[in-house]
Write a protein that binds this ligand. Structure first.
Ligand code: PMP
Length: 458
Protein backbone atom coordinates (compact mmCIF):
# COMPACT_ATOMS: atom_id res chain seq x y z
CA UNK A 1 0.00 0.00 0.00
CA UNK A 2 1.24 3.47 -0.76
CA UNK A 3 1.05 5.30 2.57
CA UNK A 4 1.05 8.64 0.84
CA UNK A 5 -2.23 8.44 -1.05
CA UNK A 6 -4.42 10.18 1.54
CA UNK A 7 -2.15 13.12 2.15
CA UNK A 8 -0.51 13.54 -1.26
CA UNK A 9 2.43 15.90 -1.29
CA UNK A 10 1.97 17.31 2.20
CA UNK A 11 4.11 17.32 5.36
CA UNK A 12 1.61 14.76 6.69
CA UNK A 13 2.43 12.40 3.81
CA UNK A 14 6.13 12.88 4.32
CA UNK A 15 5.75 12.20 8.04
CA UNK A 16 3.87 8.97 7.32
CA UNK A 17 6.45 7.96 4.76
CA UNK A 18 9.59 8.58 6.81
CA UNK A 19 8.91 9.15 10.50
CA UNK A 20 8.65 6.20 12.90
CA UNK A 21 6.87 7.72 15.91
CA UNK A 22 7.44 7.07 19.59
CA UNK A 23 4.53 5.58 21.54
CA UNK A 24 2.37 5.26 18.45
CA UNK A 25 0.59 2.40 16.72
CA UNK A 26 2.77 2.50 13.62
CA UNK A 27 0.20 0.96 11.26
CA UNK A 28 -2.63 3.18 12.48
CA UNK A 29 -0.42 6.22 12.02
CA UNK A 30 -0.47 5.61 8.28
CA UNK A 31 -4.26 6.05 8.36
CA UNK A 32 -4.69 8.94 10.78
CA UNK A 33 -1.48 10.85 10.06
CA UNK A 34 0.37 13.21 12.39
CA UNK A 35 -0.73 16.32 14.24
CA UNK A 36 1.97 18.78 13.27
CA UNK A 37 2.74 21.46 15.85
CA UNK A 38 4.37 24.51 14.35
CA UNK A 39 4.59 27.06 17.05
CA UNK A 40 4.24 27.59 20.77
CA UNK A 41 3.83 30.59 23.06
CA UNK A 42 3.19 30.55 26.82
CA UNK A 43 0.75 27.73 27.59
CA UNK A 44 -0.40 27.49 23.96
CA UNK A 45 0.72 25.66 20.83
CA UNK A 46 -0.55 26.02 17.28
CA UNK A 47 -0.79 23.34 14.60
CA UNK A 48 -0.08 23.71 10.90
CA UNK A 49 -3.77 24.29 10.19
CA UNK A 50 -3.75 27.36 12.41
CA UNK A 51 -5.64 25.74 15.33
CA UNK A 52 -4.56 26.95 18.75
CA UNK A 53 -4.54 24.66 21.80
CA UNK A 54 -3.86 24.93 25.51
CA UNK A 55 -0.98 22.51 26.10
CA UNK A 56 -2.61 20.80 29.07
CA UNK A 57 0.32 18.40 29.49
CA UNK A 58 3.14 20.96 29.19
CA UNK A 59 4.36 18.84 26.26
CA UNK A 60 5.42 15.68 28.05
CA UNK A 61 4.95 16.94 31.65
CA UNK A 62 7.90 19.15 30.98
CA UNK A 63 7.63 22.69 29.60
CA UNK A 64 7.37 24.32 33.03
CA UNK A 65 8.03 27.94 32.08
CA UNK A 66 5.93 27.68 28.91
CA UNK A 67 6.82 27.95 25.25
CA UNK A 68 9.01 30.70 23.82
CA UNK A 69 10.35 32.08 27.09
CA UNK A 70 12.70 34.96 26.16
CA UNK A 71 15.05 34.47 29.11
CA UNK A 72 15.66 30.84 28.19
CA UNK A 73 16.15 31.64 24.53
CA UNK A 74 18.67 34.35 25.41
CA UNK A 75 20.52 32.16 27.95
CA UNK A 76 20.80 29.42 25.31
CA UNK A 77 22.01 31.90 22.69
CA UNK A 78 24.64 33.40 25.02
CA UNK A 79 25.95 29.93 25.86
CA UNK A 80 26.03 28.82 22.21
CA UNK A 81 28.10 31.87 21.35
CA UNK A 82 30.50 31.32 24.24
CA UNK A 83 31.03 27.55 24.41
CA UNK A 84 28.65 25.35 22.39
CA UNK A 85 30.08 22.08 23.66
CA UNK A 86 32.36 20.69 26.25
CA UNK A 87 32.39 17.53 28.33
CA UNK A 88 33.33 16.36 31.81
CA UNK A 89 35.42 13.26 31.05
CA UNK A 90 38.89 12.93 32.55
CA UNK A 91 38.76 15.92 34.97
CA UNK A 92 37.52 18.44 32.36
CA UNK A 93 34.79 20.83 33.38
CA UNK A 94 33.02 24.06 32.44
CA UNK A 95 31.22 26.88 34.22
CA UNK A 96 27.56 25.96 33.64
CA UNK A 97 28.06 22.34 34.83
CA UNK A 98 29.90 23.49 37.94
CA UNK A 99 27.39 26.19 38.83
CA UNK A 100 24.40 23.94 38.25
CA UNK A 101 25.84 21.09 40.35
CA UNK A 102 26.31 23.48 43.27
CA UNK A 103 22.81 24.87 42.80
CA UNK A 104 21.13 21.44 42.68
CA UNK A 105 22.86 20.34 45.87
CA UNK A 106 21.87 23.63 47.50
CA UNK A 107 18.15 23.32 46.67
CA UNK A 108 17.88 19.57 47.30
CA UNK A 109 15.30 18.76 49.97
CA UNK A 110 17.71 16.60 52.01
CA UNK A 111 21.51 16.78 52.43
CA UNK A 112 23.08 15.79 49.12
CA UNK A 113 26.65 16.08 47.94
CA UNK A 114 27.28 15.22 44.28
CA UNK A 115 25.67 15.57 40.85
CA UNK A 116 26.21 13.28 37.85
CA UNK A 117 24.91 14.44 34.47
CA UNK A 118 23.00 12.45 31.86
CA UNK A 119 20.74 13.35 28.90
CA UNK A 120 17.29 11.92 29.58
CA UNK A 121 15.19 10.48 32.36
CA UNK A 122 15.74 6.97 31.02
CA UNK A 123 19.49 7.38 30.87
CA UNK A 124 19.57 8.81 34.37
CA UNK A 125 17.64 5.87 35.85
CA UNK A 126 19.74 3.44 33.84
CA UNK A 127 22.87 5.08 35.20
CA UNK A 128 21.61 4.94 38.78
CA UNK A 129 21.01 1.20 38.45
CA UNK A 130 24.59 0.77 37.21
CA UNK A 131 25.80 2.87 40.12
CA UNK A 132 23.77 0.75 42.56
CA UNK A 133 25.44 -2.41 41.28
CA UNK A 134 28.90 -0.79 41.24
CA UNK A 135 28.36 0.42 44.80
CA UNK A 136 27.32 -3.02 46.07
CA UNK A 137 30.47 -4.49 44.54
CA UNK A 138 32.48 -1.71 46.17
CA UNK A 139 30.95 -2.60 49.54
CA UNK A 140 31.89 -6.27 49.09
CA UNK A 141 28.22 -7.25 48.78
CA UNK A 142 28.03 -8.69 45.27
CA UNK A 143 24.75 -10.46 46.10
CA UNK A 144 23.01 -7.13 46.93
CA UNK A 145 21.91 -6.27 43.39
CA UNK A 146 18.14 -6.61 43.18
CA UNK A 147 15.99 -3.52 43.10
CA UNK A 148 12.29 -2.98 43.65
CA UNK A 149 10.05 -0.59 41.71
CA UNK A 150 6.24 -0.52 41.62
CA UNK A 151 3.51 -1.68 39.28
CA UNK A 152 2.48 1.23 37.01
CA UNK A 153 5.76 3.07 37.71
CA UNK A 154 7.38 4.95 34.84
CA UNK A 155 11.14 5.26 34.90
CA UNK A 156 11.94 5.24 31.19
CA UNK A 157 12.52 2.96 28.24
CA UNK A 158 16.16 1.89 28.07
CA UNK A 159 16.71 -1.76 28.95
CA UNK A 160 17.23 -1.08 32.65
CA UNK A 161 14.82 1.81 33.04
CA UNK A 162 12.06 0.05 31.07
CA UNK A 163 12.59 -2.88 33.41
CA UNK A 164 12.01 -0.54 36.35
CA UNK A 165 8.90 0.78 34.63
CA UNK A 166 5.89 -1.23 35.70
CA UNK A 167 3.66 -0.93 32.63
CA UNK A 168 2.88 -3.90 30.34
CA UNK A 169 3.42 -2.05 27.04
CA UNK A 170 7.01 -1.30 28.02
CA UNK A 171 7.74 -4.98 28.65
CA UNK A 172 5.59 -6.91 26.18
CA UNK A 173 7.58 -8.19 23.17
CA UNK A 174 10.72 -6.41 24.40
CA UNK A 175 11.76 -9.40 26.55
CA UNK A 176 11.66 -7.22 29.67
CA UNK A 177 12.00 -6.80 32.59
CA UNK A 178 15.55 -8.03 33.05
CA UNK A 179 16.17 -10.17 36.11
CA UNK A 180 16.98 -8.52 39.44
CA UNK A 181 14.30 -5.87 38.84
CA UNK A 182 11.18 -6.61 40.90
CA UNK A 183 7.84 -4.87 41.31
CA UNK A 184 5.56 -4.31 44.25
CA UNK A 185 2.02 -2.99 44.65
CA UNK A 186 1.02 0.39 43.19
CA UNK A 187 -0.16 2.67 46.03
CA UNK A 188 -3.42 3.60 44.34
CA UNK A 189 -6.09 3.31 47.02
CA UNK A 190 -9.06 3.81 44.68
CA UNK A 191 -7.95 0.94 42.47
CA UNK A 192 -6.03 -1.38 44.80
CA UNK A 193 -7.81 -0.78 48.12
CA UNK A 194 -9.97 -3.69 49.31
CA UNK A 195 -13.59 -3.50 50.40
CA UNK A 196 -13.77 -1.99 53.87
CA UNK A 197 -10.05 -1.19 53.96
CA UNK A 198 -9.24 2.36 55.12
CA UNK A 199 -6.57 4.44 53.39
CA UNK A 200 -4.41 3.99 56.43
CA UNK A 201 -4.81 0.21 56.42
CA UNK A 202 -4.05 0.23 52.70
CA UNK A 203 -0.81 2.20 53.30
CA UNK A 204 0.18 -0.37 55.91
CA UNK A 205 -0.61 -3.23 53.54
CA UNK A 206 1.59 -1.66 50.83
CA UNK A 207 4.51 -1.56 53.27
CA UNK A 208 3.75 -5.13 54.43
CA UNK A 209 3.72 -6.35 50.83
CA UNK A 210 7.08 -4.66 50.24
CA UNK A 211 8.50 -6.30 53.32
CA UNK A 212 7.12 -9.70 52.32
CA UNK A 213 8.77 -9.36 48.91
CA UNK A 214 12.09 -8.45 50.54
CA UNK A 215 11.80 -11.46 52.83
CA UNK A 216 10.93 -13.78 49.94
CA UNK A 217 13.86 -12.62 47.85
CA UNK A 218 16.30 -12.47 50.76
CA UNK A 219 16.94 -9.14 52.51
CA UNK A 220 20.68 -9.26 51.71
CA UNK A 221 19.92 -9.31 47.98
CA UNK A 222 17.91 -6.06 47.79
CA UNK A 223 19.88 -2.88 47.13
CA UNK A 224 17.39 -0.16 46.28
CA UNK A 225 13.76 0.90 46.04
CA UNK A 226 12.66 3.17 43.19
CA UNK A 227 9.68 5.53 43.29
CA UNK A 228 8.25 8.59 41.64
CA UNK A 229 6.98 10.56 44.67
CA UNK A 230 3.72 11.06 42.76
CA UNK A 231 3.40 8.62 39.85
CA UNK A 232 2.93 10.35 36.51
CA UNK A 233 2.65 8.24 33.38
CA UNK A 234 1.06 5.36 35.29
CA UNK A 235 -2.00 7.59 35.66
CA UNK A 236 -1.10 10.28 38.27
CA UNK A 237 -1.16 8.35 41.52
CA UNK A 238 -0.82 10.21 44.82
CA UNK A 239 -0.09 7.67 47.56
CA UNK A 240 -2.17 7.81 50.74
CA UNK A 241 -0.89 9.68 53.80
CA UNK A 242 1.53 7.57 55.83
CA UNK A 243 2.56 5.44 52.86
CA UNK A 244 6.11 6.72 52.44
CA UNK A 245 6.72 6.84 56.17
CA UNK A 246 5.95 3.14 56.38
CA UNK A 247 7.86 2.28 53.22
CA UNK A 248 10.92 4.13 54.49
CA UNK A 249 10.77 2.29 57.82
CA UNK A 250 10.94 -1.01 55.91
CA UNK A 251 13.84 0.21 53.74
CA UNK A 252 15.78 1.40 56.78
CA UNK A 253 15.33 -1.98 58.46
CA UNK A 254 17.04 -3.77 55.55
CA UNK A 255 19.60 -1.13 54.55
CA UNK A 256 17.92 -0.43 51.21
CA UNK A 257 18.50 2.81 49.29
CA UNK A 258 15.66 5.11 48.23
CA UNK A 259 15.88 6.41 44.66
CA UNK A 260 13.34 9.20 44.08
CA UNK A 261 12.54 9.64 40.41
CA UNK A 262 11.66 13.34 40.36
CA UNK A 263 11.59 13.54 36.56
CA UNK A 264 7.98 14.79 36.58
CA UNK A 265 7.62 15.95 40.19
CA UNK A 266 10.80 18.04 40.33
CA UNK A 267 10.87 21.84 40.06
CA UNK A 268 7.48 22.77 41.41
CA UNK A 269 5.01 20.35 39.89
CA UNK A 270 3.62 19.10 43.22
CA UNK A 271 3.39 22.58 44.75
CA UNK A 272 6.82 22.27 46.40
CA UNK A 273 10.17 22.44 44.66
CA UNK A 274 10.44 18.62 44.88
CA UNK A 275 7.89 15.84 45.19
CA UNK A 276 10.09 14.33 47.91
CA UNK A 277 9.23 17.32 50.13
CA UNK A 278 5.53 17.05 49.33
CA UNK A 279 5.55 13.34 50.15
CA UNK A 280 7.96 13.30 53.10
CA UNK A 281 10.61 11.26 51.28
CA UNK A 282 14.27 11.34 52.35
CA UNK A 283 15.96 9.97 49.22
CA UNK A 284 19.55 8.85 48.86
CA UNK A 285 19.41 9.60 45.14
CA UNK A 286 17.20 11.94 43.11
CA UNK A 287 16.72 11.71 39.36
CA UNK A 288 15.94 15.01 37.64
CA UNK A 289 15.00 15.81 34.03
CA UNK A 290 12.17 17.35 31.97
CA UNK A 291 11.33 20.55 33.86
CA UNK A 292 15.01 21.04 34.75
CA UNK A 293 15.37 22.81 31.38
CA UNK A 294 11.62 23.05 30.68
CA UNK A 295 12.63 20.52 27.98
CA UNK A 296 14.11 23.24 25.78
CA UNK A 297 17.24 21.05 25.75
CA UNK A 298 17.40 17.30 26.57
CA UNK A 299 19.09 17.15 29.95
CA UNK A 300 19.06 15.15 33.17
CA UNK A 301 20.94 14.96 36.43
CA UNK A 302 21.42 12.51 39.28
CA UNK A 303 21.79 14.08 42.71
CA UNK A 304 23.16 11.81 45.45
CA UNK A 305 24.25 11.79 49.07
CA UNK A 306 27.58 10.67 50.53
CA UNK A 307 26.18 7.31 51.59
CA UNK A 308 25.63 6.57 47.90
CA UNK A 309 28.61 8.40 46.46
CA UNK A 310 31.48 7.44 48.76
CA UNK A 311 31.71 3.71 48.02
CA UNK A 312 31.42 4.47 44.29
CA UNK A 313 34.24 7.00 44.49
CA UNK A 314 36.40 4.49 46.39
CA UNK A 315 35.72 1.80 43.78
CA UNK A 316 36.68 4.16 40.94
CA UNK A 317 39.97 4.74 42.75
CA UNK A 318 40.55 1.00 43.13
CA UNK A 319 39.75 0.28 39.45
CA UNK A 320 41.50 3.48 38.25
CA UNK A 321 38.45 5.21 36.74
CA UNK A 322 34.66 5.37 36.93
CA UNK A 323 34.02 3.78 33.53
CA UNK A 324 30.75 5.51 32.72
CA UNK A 325 29.73 8.83 31.17
CA UNK A 326 27.96 10.38 28.19
CA UNK A 327 29.31 12.67 25.49
CA UNK A 328 26.43 15.05 26.12
CA UNK A 329 26.35 14.70 29.93
CA UNK A 330 26.25 18.15 31.56
CA UNK A 331 26.15 19.78 28.13
CA UNK A 332 26.93 23.50 28.54
CA UNK A 333 23.82 24.50 26.60
CA UNK A 334 21.57 22.34 28.78
CA UNK A 335 23.28 23.39 32.00
CA UNK A 336 23.04 27.10 31.10
CA UNK A 337 19.36 26.70 30.23
CA UNK A 338 18.76 24.74 33.45
CA UNK A 339 20.33 27.52 35.53
CA UNK A 340 18.21 30.18 33.84
CA UNK A 341 15.11 27.99 34.08
CA UNK A 342 15.63 27.63 37.83
CA UNK A 343 16.10 31.37 38.14
CA UNK A 344 12.82 31.94 36.27
CA UNK A 345 11.00 29.49 38.55
CA UNK A 346 12.39 31.25 41.61
CA UNK A 347 12.04 34.87 40.39
CA UNK A 348 8.39 34.33 39.45
CA UNK A 349 7.60 32.06 42.37
CA UNK A 350 6.19 29.48 40.00
CA UNK A 351 6.15 26.88 42.77
CA UNK A 352 3.56 28.92 44.67
CA UNK A 353 1.67 29.50 41.42
CA UNK A 354 1.59 25.74 40.79
CA UNK A 355 0.28 25.16 44.31
CA UNK A 356 -2.40 27.86 44.17
CA UNK A 357 -3.62 27.54 40.59
CA UNK A 358 -3.31 23.78 40.92
CA UNK A 359 -5.58 23.74 43.97
CA UNK A 360 -8.11 25.88 42.13
CA UNK A 361 -8.02 23.72 38.99
CA UNK A 362 -8.35 20.50 40.98
CA UNK A 363 -11.26 21.92 42.97
CA UNK A 364 -13.02 22.60 39.66
CA UNK A 365 -12.18 19.11 38.35
CA UNK A 366 -13.60 17.66 41.57
CA UNK A 367 -17.03 19.03 40.60
CA UNK A 368 -17.05 16.40 37.83
CA UNK A 369 -17.02 13.54 40.34
CA UNK A 370 -20.77 12.91 40.09
CA UNK A 371 -20.84 12.73 36.31
CA UNK A 372 -21.75 9.28 34.99
CA UNK A 373 -18.34 8.64 33.41
CA UNK A 374 -16.14 9.76 36.30
CA UNK A 375 -14.70 7.19 38.68
CA UNK A 376 -12.13 9.32 40.49
CA UNK A 377 -10.61 12.80 40.35
CA UNK A 378 -7.14 12.90 41.87
CA UNK A 379 -3.98 14.95 41.95
CA UNK A 380 -1.77 17.28 43.92
CA UNK A 381 -0.21 20.64 43.14
CA UNK A 382 -0.52 21.23 39.40
CA UNK A 383 -0.84 17.61 38.30
CA UNK A 384 -4.16 15.82 38.13
CA UNK A 385 -6.10 12.99 36.55
CA UNK A 386 -9.72 12.16 35.90
CA UNK A 387 -10.37 8.42 35.81
CA UNK A 388 -13.17 7.45 33.44
CA UNK A 389 -15.36 4.41 34.07
CA UNK A 390 -18.46 2.84 32.57
CA UNK A 391 -19.54 1.13 35.77
CA UNK A 392 -18.96 3.44 38.72
CA UNK A 393 -19.68 0.80 41.37
CA UNK A 394 -17.41 -1.82 39.81
CA UNK A 395 -14.87 0.93 38.86
CA UNK A 396 -14.59 -0.72 35.47
CA UNK A 397 -14.69 -0.23 31.71
CA UNK A 398 -15.52 -2.83 29.06
CA UNK A 399 -12.78 -1.79 26.61
CA UNK A 400 -9.69 -0.26 28.19
CA UNK A 401 -8.78 3.10 26.68
CA UNK A 402 -11.97 3.69 24.69
CA UNK A 403 -13.42 6.39 26.95
CA UNK A 404 -10.00 7.95 27.41
CA UNK A 405 -9.51 8.19 23.67
CA UNK A 406 -13.03 9.62 23.13
CA UNK A 407 -12.43 12.34 25.72
CA UNK A 408 -9.02 13.08 24.33
CA UNK A 409 -10.43 13.55 20.84
CA UNK A 410 -13.24 15.78 22.14
CA UNK A 411 -10.88 17.95 24.19
CA UNK A 412 -8.52 18.33 21.26
CA UNK A 413 -11.41 19.37 19.02
CA UNK A 414 -12.28 21.97 21.67
CA UNK A 415 -8.74 23.34 21.93
CA UNK A 416 -7.07 21.40 24.73
CA UNK A 417 -4.23 18.92 24.44
CA UNK A 418 -4.37 16.39 27.26
CA UNK A 419 -3.20 12.79 27.39
CA UNK A 420 -5.14 9.66 28.13
CA UNK A 421 -3.26 6.93 29.90
CA UNK A 422 -5.80 4.23 29.22
CA UNK A 423 -8.90 5.77 30.77
CA UNK A 424 -7.04 8.22 33.01
CA UNK A 425 -7.02 11.73 31.58
CA UNK A 426 -3.85 13.53 32.63
CA UNK A 427 -3.54 17.26 33.28
CA UNK A 428 -0.15 18.83 33.81
CA UNK A 429 -0.09 22.33 32.27
CA UNK A 430 2.90 24.67 32.33
CA UNK A 431 3.68 26.09 35.80
CA UNK A 432 3.01 29.61 34.48
CA UNK A 433 -0.70 28.96 33.90
CA UNK A 434 -2.99 31.64 35.38
CA UNK A 435 -6.21 31.08 37.27
CA UNK A 436 -8.25 32.34 34.29
CA UNK A 437 -6.43 30.01 31.93
CA UNK A 438 -7.03 27.12 34.35
CA UNK A 439 -10.73 28.01 34.28
CA UNK A 440 -10.68 27.99 30.49
CA UNK A 441 -8.98 24.61 30.55
CA UNK A 442 -11.57 23.22 32.96
CA UNK A 443 -14.45 24.56 30.86
CA UNK A 444 -13.09 22.67 27.85
CA UNK A 445 -12.90 19.46 29.92
CA UNK A 446 -16.48 19.95 31.12
CA UNK A 447 -17.83 20.76 27.67
CA UNK A 448 -16.00 17.79 26.13
CA UNK A 449 -17.39 15.46 28.77
CA UNK A 450 -20.90 16.65 27.92
CA UNK A 451 -20.24 15.86 24.27
CA UNK A 452 -18.91 12.38 25.04
CA UNK A 453 -21.85 11.66 27.34
CA UNK A 454 -24.21 12.72 24.54
CA UNK A 455 -22.35 10.53 22.04
CA UNK A 456 -22.82 7.59 24.41
CA UNK A 457 -26.48 8.44 24.98
CA UNK A 458 -25.99 9.08 28.72
N1 PMP B 1 11.00 8.99 34.85
C1 PMP B 1 9.79 9.54 34.88
C2 PMP B 1 9.08 9.72 36.19
C3 PMP B 1 9.19 9.97 33.68
O1 PMP B 1 7.96 10.50 33.70
C4 PMP B 1 9.89 9.81 32.47
C5 PMP B 1 9.31 10.27 31.15
N2 PMP B 1 7.96 10.42 31.06
C6 PMP B 1 11.14 9.20 32.51
C7 PMP B 1 11.67 8.81 33.71
C8 PMP B 1 11.90 8.96 31.25
O2 PMP B 1 12.39 10.14 30.73
P1 PMP B 1 12.85 10.23 29.19
O3 PMP B 1 11.62 10.14 28.36
O4 PMP B 1 13.52 11.58 29.15
O5 PMP B 1 13.81 9.13 28.97
Amino acid sequence: MDDRTNFADTPEATDIAYHFHAYTNARRHAEVGPMIIEDGDGIHVRDNNGNRYIEGMAGLWSVGVGFKDRRLIEAATRQLEKLPFYHNFGHKSHGPAIELAEKLVEIAPVPMSKVFYTNSGSEANDTVLKMVWYRSNALGKPEKKKVIARNRAYHGVTIASASLTGLPNNHRSFDLPIDRVLHTICPHYWKEGRDGETEDQFATRCADELEALIQREGPDTIAAFWAEPVMGAGGVVVPPPGYYERIQAVLAKYDILFVADEVICGFGRTGEMFGSTTCGIRPDVMVLSKQITSSYIPFSAIVMNDRFYDPIADESDRISTFGHGYTGGGHPLGAAVALENLAIIQDNDLVTNAREVGAHFRARLATLADRPLVGEVRGIGLIAAVELVEDKAAKSVSTVGRLGAMMNTAMQRNGLISRNMGDSLGFCPPLIITRDQADEMFEIVEKSMGEVEAELGL
